[in-house]
Design a protein around this ligand. Structure first.
Ligand SMILES: C[S@@+](CC[C@H](N)C(=O)[O-])C[C@H]1O[C@@H](n2cnc3c(N)ncnc32)[C@H](O)[C@@H]1O
Length: 232
């Protein structure tokens, strides 16, 4: 098996040892095969909503002779999976909204026993907000850069306590204050997005106040990145 790319390698690092994992939207099956092959997970489920990616996961599982340890399931999200057997839910490579939709539909996933590893391709801000609004908290994040794109990977647990995060937290999550080059790069990128939104809004006559809100956020994020760099 080829080495995992940095995105999936970061996800694998958050998976607890000796657990049973469900890799949702497995596609080629790289992540779940790696976790079983390395002995990080004792058993796993590889699911996909589409038959073609699931067939490619099946082919890799067969090639690596892991058929006894990984069950493949054609399903939407977590539907029909035996929740009582699963400790780790991995949802990587999907949009933030799709990830929320998958988690929202399943009751058993809202449990302190179940740990999530989430890697949104887009809308990480809305995913952070939704998680906090729904009783989850982010214990840790890691920023990675793959082919000039920055991504965050999140380690998420459930407490049942609903929090209302502010915009700064939604945009930066647990990466704020992290002494790590990619975390700082992620913050600078978020600040630039806010400045881009503000300059778009400033073209409309009645959006000045709204634009200022985005500029303030960008300043706060840049200040946090400056502070982390200065503390080195
Ligand atoms: C871009 S691939 C990501 C593959 C792998 N998880 C990764 O991160 O490299 C997204 C996969 O998720 C699957 N998918 C999309 N929506 C899904 C859903 N609701 N339930 C299960 N799989 C889904 C797609 O068919 C596709 O194979």
């Amino acid at each position: 098996m080829e080495k995992l790319d940095l995105r999936l390698a970061a996800a694998a690092e958050f998976v607890r040892e000796g657990t049973v994992a469900a890799d949702i939207g497995t596609d080629h099956g790289y992540l779940i095969c790696y976790l079983i092959n390395e002995g990080i997970c004792s058993r796993g489920f590889a699911t996909d909503i589409n038959i073609k990616p699931l067939e490619s996961a099946k082919a890799l599982i067969a090639e690596m002779e892991l058929e006894d340890d990984i069950e493949t399931v054609l399903t939407d999200g977590l539907e029909g999976l035996p929740g009582e057997e699963i400790d780790e839910v991995l949802i990587c490579g999907m949009g933030g909204e799709t990830i929320c939709g998958i988690l929202e539909k399943t009751k058993w996933v809202k449990s302190e026993r179940v740990h999530l590893v989430l890697q949104p391709m887009s809308r990480a801000d809305m995913l952070r907000r939704w998680l906090c609004d729904n009783g989850w908290y982010i214990d840790e994040e890691k920023a990675v850069e793959v082919e000039k794109h920055l991504y965050t990977v999140m380690s998420v647990s459930y407490s049942g306590v609903k929090e209302t995060p502010d915009d700064f937290y939604c945009l930066t999550g647990e990466l704020a204050g992290m002494n790590d080059n990619y975390a700082i790069k992620y913050l600078r990128w978020q600040a630039n997005i806010q400045r881009g939104i503000a300059s778009g809004l400033l073209r409309s006559a009645n959006q000045k106040e709204n634009a200022l809100k985005h500029i303030q956020l960008a300043d706060m994020i840049d200040e946090q990145a400056d502070e982390t760099e200065n503390d080195r």
